[in-house]
Design a protein. Structure first.
Length: 423
């Protein structure tokens, strides 16, 4: 039986695995390394985060992005975006050098068993572990507007479903959303000859400014310090103090997780969008119908007026909504044993342990617990070290010869779950 099974091999899963290996845990890592970055982002995209804020985490900080770039003869400079392809290659390099061998099979089910958990792989093998860290990324949590959900994939897709946009060359596409995914997708479509428009609820598009120079007068740094999530003291708090964020009252945490760092395009996308992409602002899709091989959209503006438009395909760049019920690989018993935050995401304690003892969470699904940094690669560094310490505490509390307690042992199920989540 393994001490820890890491499910997922993206930035969070690989970082956790690196710290767990260094801690001497008997470890198994499952998943295709950097799968989302390799398979679900089209060529030509760039990281929105600064290179220095996009490191995966190993305990000695030897496997940073700038180190990999230097080996490739490339400078990772402040204010210069990194191509997604290079970041994906960096993740594979990190996996080779900082993580034990990764088992690229997919885990299809995780269920409780005596002493811990069983994980079933895509080919039916059963692996047993005393603790599990779910680092499943964003793909289980894809969010598509309700009005579009009844249309099939030939008419509607999510922006994360495309590793290649060339199928839309010469066609008419409507991109729904006003954030980076929507705007960069629209720019790439326009540049390949697609007739594209952006439809967004917001009354205006927001654009991030060019970041200030790394070296600047002390008084400018004191007024608005750099952080992994952008300049300013508020962003610094979100980026550099997730542990303190976790101590905020739950209503405050969930509100900030839902509203902080809202939809905005990177400064380097603006000049690619404004001259070549039609933008329809202040509109929300009320209904959508298959029509003549394409899609007819009925959109309502803020004054209640109705706009109809015909398009060949709709790409919903409408983000992700993490919730307990969308963790479909968990057995129903596990899902029912999870205490949820107000937004439906699983509540986690100070070591990223969920309300089910021994089941740990990482990444986007923990944003309500530890803040907006968990929506970005930058949050992997805090998560990896903190989560592995939590795993070690759990292993110490539940010796190998003993049984990891399930919620409800010795008291009511709900009381036990809440006590664990509050640790």
């Amino acid at each position: 039986m393994y001490d820890l099974l890491v499910v997922g091999a993206g930035p969070y899963g690989l970082s956790i695995a690196s710290h767990a290996a260094a801690a001497g845990l008997r470890l198994r890592v499952m998943g295709r390394p950097m799968a989302s970055w390799r398979d679900h982002m089209p060529r030509g995209m760039f990281l929105k985060s600064e290179p220095w804020a996009s490191n995966l985490s190993d305990p000695e900080r030897l496997r940073r992005l700038d180190v990999y770039c230097a080996e490739q003869g490339v400078d990772a400079l402040h204010g210069e975006p990194i191509p997604v392809e290079m970041f994906a290659a960096y993740g594979l390099w990190f996996a080779r050098h900082a993580v034990p061998a990764v088992d690229e099979r997919t885990v299809t089910r995780v269920q409780p068993c005596l002493g811990g958990f069983e994980a079933v792989t895509e080919d039916g093998e059963v692996l047993r572990a005393r603790t599990v860290a779910l680092a499943v990324g964003v793909m289980p949590f894809v969010e598509v507007p309700a009005a579009l959900r009844d249309l099939g994939p030939s008419h509607v897709s999510h922006s994360s479903h495309h590793g290649d946009l060339t199928r839309f060359r010469g066609k008419d596409v409507t991109v729904v959303g006003g954030g980076q995914a929507a705007l960069e997708t629209a720019a790439l479509l326009a540049e390949q000859g697609t007739r594209v428009r952006v439809l967004a609820r917001a009354g205006q598009l927001n654009w991030n400014d060019l970041p200030p120079a790394w070296e600047r007068p002390w008084w400018q740094s004191a007024r608005a310090p750099h952080s992994g999530l952008g300049c300013g003291w508020r962003n610094w708090f979100y980026a550099e103090r997730p542990g303190l964020f976790h101590r905020l009252p739950e209503p405050t945490r969930t509100r900030i997780a839902a509203t902080a760092l809202g939809p905005a395009g990177a400064w380097w996308v603006r000049d690619r969008v404004e001259p070549s992409v039609e933008v329809l602002l202040g509109h929300e899709i009320a209904a959508a119908y298959a029509s003549g091989g394409g899609v007819r959209l009925e959109a309502v503006n803020r004054g209640g007026g109705l706009t109809s438009l015909e398009t060949e395909h709709v790409i919903a760049a409408t983000g992700f909504r993490p919730s307990c019920e969308r963790l479909g690989l968990l057995a129903e018993e596990l899902r029912r044993g999870l205490v949820a935050e107000a937004d439906g995401s699983p509540r986690v304690g100070r070591g990223f342990e969920s309300s089910w003892p021994g089941l740990f969470m990482a990444g986007l699904v923990t944003a309500s617990g530890f803040g907006p940094a968990m929506r970005f690669v930058h949050g992997a560094s805090f998560t990896a070290g903190t989560l592995v310490r939590g795993v070690r505490r759990r292993l110490h509390a539940s010796p190998a010869s003993g049984r990891i307690p399930a919620p409800g042992d010795g008291k009511g199920r709900d009381r036990a779950a809440l006590d664990t989540a509050r640790r």
